[in-house]
Design a protein around this ligand. Structure first.
Ligand SMILES: [Zn+2]
Length: 117
């Protein structure tokens, strides 16, 4: 069972690495040779998009590495907040989940720090 989880996480990690690689080279070199301002602006927008994609891939990768560490520590599948079982269905849908459904809902309902003070 543990081995299945590890395999799945490693597979997802692989796709993230590939995404990050294919993203490389779409940034600065494109901007260096722009014929006019409009072209520059649209290329800048594209580069911004690829940056945010890259950031998302990096975050995902980080989440997977954290999940792998938790797997090694024997904590995978247990809620980081209350220690209860996260549940196989939730893990199947989201292999990097670290909170059970209840704690996740609580986290999302919690007011963010510094917003109205
Ligand atoms: Zn919990």
């Amino acid at each position: 069972m543990q081995e299945n989880h590890r395999q799945r996480l490693l597979e997802i990690l692989d796709t993230c690495v590939v995404q990050m690689r294919t993203d490389d080279g779409n940034g600065a070199p494109l901007l260096a040779q722009c014929p006019d301002e409009n072209e520059y602006a649209s290329r800048l927008a594209e580069a911004g998009l690829s940056l945010s994609l890259r950031r998302r891939a990096a975050e995902r990768r980080w989440a997977i590495e954290r999940a792998l560490k938790r797997l090694e520590a024997g904590e995978y599948g247990l809620c980081a907040e209350c220690g209860e079982d996260i549940g196989q269905a939730r893990l199947a849908a989201n292999p990097t989940a670290v909170l059970c459904v209840l704690c996740q809902a609580e986290l999302e309902n919690r007011p963010r720090h510094g917003e109205d003070s």
